[in-house]
Structure formats: structure tokens, C-alpha cells
Design a protein around this ligand. Structure first.
Ligand code: PLP
Length: 382
């Protein structure tokens, strides 16, 4: 199995063995759980771990309550009976073609995955080592730090900029000039804030030449920001991650992708098995081809978000302005206390981040769900 590992230069024996243990365990299994979900579950009262009550308001994991679009559901129904075959009608090829057409990126610069957690972990394994660290924002989406830690790679956390809550790209390079991966989540999770294109370009121009920028665009479709596909087409040292778990409402269906130069994508390949669920692929293809879908979902999310943030404003509750499907709000006490109090009202919000222990992350649900959130919040804060 160790033979299957890509370029191991500069990687210690321990690192190699850890990575090899992953391969023999089957892909990136030890990392696959969404950290946030695990912590959200832990913060729920004992009797409520596991299945949620049917009338629960689930606004803790940045899911999309609208679910997959009608075209995606129809595609899943149609392909289901052919599920005895790994690839009945070239589902992966169709998926890559649909993405290529929309993103303006050549097919060989696109690799399909069952979500974006998988290529995220692979990128950490492929581009970091004991001598080439992982740099991320604080607060940030911690999944990549989990895999880095697992293989003994140094993780450097750099505070978001004051006021804008953008990644501080200059401080990220200064903090570890020799890193292997600079991870930018845009819009960021948990803050829902943007790092401007000029900062991402600065990072690409000023990082060490053996590193990559891992640009995680899980939430890009909720924002007006320019996506990173053109950076991929221009063959920069960038791997862009996308998921169908957010705007496209397919978290449980599983589809995602990595976009990057073929030589970068080739480095991700050995860290897991190749076959993908055809249901996720056809639903992803149908979603990408569904005209107006992204604009419609972005508008719905923005409207519901605007309403709930206005409510917080009226209540004098501090929050971070977000362009995504979640926001951070101040609770004035350890955030877990509010999380538990709301859970008792069957409203399940997200978690705190160690750097901001009094803030909690709340995802945007439907208008009806956010109305229940507002009522429960007023009650528990009274
Ligand atoms: N990246 C970010 C920033 C996320 O928030 C998530 C999930 O919440 C993921 C990646 C992984 O999503 P998935 O594996 O469902 O595609």
C-alpha cells in the first residue's frame, strides 16, 4: 500500500505510516465525520442525541432545508434501477461535462468526489508533511486541521482580520512561510464573511512555490463573490473545492468536486477508492443544468437571512454580517448555554469556536424555522 502513496519527499516515517494506515482502512475514513456535527450532537441534551424530534428546527449544520431540486430528485429516481452497475451510462463523464460547461474549466481540471470533505482531507495529506504545515484562519472550518493533526502536521491558526473578518493572507504567509497548504474558506465558515479576490491573488503570488492555496468554496453560491474557477483555468497553484451539500441541498446525497491543474489533482487520487455513488453524480449533473436554480436559492437564503439579522438588530444582539447560509451571534455568556437552552425548545443551533467562546453559529433554515428560532430565542433570553 505504501507504494501507492504519491511523492513522499520530506515526509517522516510516522507520517507515511499514518497515511498508509488510512489507505488500508479504506480512503480517509477516520476523518470523514463533520466535526461540527459531532460537537453539535454532543451539546444536545442526553435524551436528544441520535434521532431528532420530528418537529425539531435543525439549524446547526449549514444544511439546506429545501433539499435537492426537482430535476435532481427525478434523476435519482431514474438511475436507481440501474444501481447494480458501477457506471451504467458514464455518470461521472456527464457530471464533469456539466461542471466544465458552467465553470469554464477544462474537463481534465475537474475531479468528482462524494462531497468536498474527501478532497479536502486528501489535499492535506498530499500537500503537507512534517516539514510543510497547514495554515488556516481562526475561527475557520476545522476539518483540514483534523487531518493535519492526525498525520502529525503542524497547524497554524491565524486570526481573521478585525472589522472585515476576511482571512489575513499576509499574516498567514508570515506565520508559516514554508507551509504546504494555505486554506482559505470563502465565504468563511463559521463567519459567512468574504476574503476579497485581490487577497487571494496576493496569496498565490507570494506563497512559497511548493505550496498550494486550498480554496474551499462550499458556500460561494450564496454570495456575490467571484468564484475561483478562472484561477484554475489559469493553471495557478490552487485547488478549488465545491460541494453540493449547501446551495444544492444534497448533503445526504453526497456530491462534490475538486478543480485544479491535472498534476495537482493527480496527487489527490491515490488517497482513496475511485467509484462514486451514481445517485449523487446524476443529481449533481441535474442541479448544475437546472436553469435559475442558484439564483433562486441565493435569493431565498438572502431574504430569510435579512429578516433574522434585522430581528437580532432590533433585539440589540450583536452578530457578524454574513453573506452565507449561517451567521455568528453573541450570547454574552458561554455559547453552549444558549445552545442547550434552545435545544430544550427543540431549536438546534450550531456551536462555538474556542477563539470566540461566547458566540454561536446559527444556520439559515426556512422562514418558518427561523420564526420558531426567533420565538425560542426571545423566550430563553428573557
Ligand atoms: N467545507 C466547508 C467549509 C464546510 O462547511 C463543509 C461542511 O459543512 C464541507 C467543506 C464539507 O461538506 P461535504 O463533505 O458535505 O461536501
Amino acid at each position: 500500500m505504501i507504494d501507492a502513496l504519491p511523492d513522499m519527499k520530506g515526509q517522516s516515517r510516522r507520517h507515511v505510516l499514518r497515511a498508509a494506515s488510512l489507505l488500508s482502512a479504506g480512503a480517509a475514513l477516520p476523518f470523514y465525520n463533520e466535526f461540527a456535527m459531532a460537537q453539535d450532537a454532543a451539546e444536545r441534551p442526553r435524551g436528544m442525541r441520535g434521532a431528532m424530534p420530528p418537529d425539531a428546527v435543525r439549524i446547526g449544520s449549514n444544511e439546506n432545508p429545501l433539499g435537492p431540486c426537482a430535476d435532481a430528485c427525478e434523476a435519482i429516481m431514474k438511475i436507481a434501477k440501474y444501481g447494480g452497475r458501477y457506471s451504467p451510462f458514464n455518470e461521472q463523464g456527464d457530471f464533469i461535462k456539466a461542471v466544465s460547461d458552467v465553470e469554464g474549466v477544462k474537463p481534465e481540471f475537474i475531479a468528482a468526489y462524494a462531497g468536498s470533505s474527501d478532497p479536502l482531507h486528501r489535499s492535506v495529506l498530499a500537500f503537507t508533511s512534517p516539514t510543510k504545515g497547514f495554515v488556516m484562519s481562526d475561527p475557520g472550518y476545522e476539518s483540514g486541521a483534523g487531518s493535519a493533526k492526525f498525520v502529525g502536521v503542524k497547524v497554524t491558526r491565524v486570526p481573521l482580520q478585525k472589522g472585515t473578518y476576511a482571512h489575513d493572507v499576509k499574516a498567514m504567509v508570515a506565520a508559516d512561510p514554508n507551509a504546504g497548504v494555505y486554506y482559505i474558506c470563502n465565504p468563511n465558515n463559521p463567519t459567512g464573511t468574504i476574503t476579497k479576490r485581490e487577497d487571494i491573488e496576493w496569496l498565490l503570488a507570494n506563497k512559497n512555490k511548493d505550496s498550494i492555496v486550498l480554496l474551499d468554496e462550499a458556500y460561494i453560491h450564496f454570495s456575490d463573490e467571484m468564484p475561483g474557477s478562472d484561477l484554475v483555468a489559469k493553471e495557478k497553484d490552487v485547488v478549488v473545492l465545491r460541494t453540493f451539500s449547501k446551495a444544492f441541498g444534497m448533503a445526504g446525497i453526497r456530491a462534490g468536486m475538486a478543480m485544479g491543474r491535472p498534476d495537482l489533482l493527480a496527487k489527490l487520487r491515490p488517497y482513496g477508492a475511485g467509484m462514486l455513488p451514481i445517485t449523487g453524480l446524476v443529481a449533481g449533473t441535474a442541479s448544475y443544468k437546472s436553469k435559475g436554480l442558484v439564483a433562486e436559492r441565493k435569493a431565498i437564503n438572502a431574504k430569510v437571512r435579512g429578516d433574522v439579522l434585522e430581528f437580532l438588530e432590533k433585539k440589540n444582539i450583536k452578530y457578524i454580517p454574513s453573506v452565507s447560509n449561517k451567521f455568528m451571534m453573541e450570547t454574552g455568556k458561554p455559547g453552549g448555554e444558549l445552545t442547550r437552552a434552545l435545544a430544550a425548545e427543540k431549536v438546534f443551533i450550531g456551536r462555538t469556536w474556542p477563539v470566540w467562546p461566547t458566540m454561536v453559529r446559527v444556520s439559515i433554515g426556512t422562514q418558518a424555522e427561523m420564526d420558531k428560532f426567533k420565538i425560542a430565542l426571545s423566550k430563553v433570553m428573557a
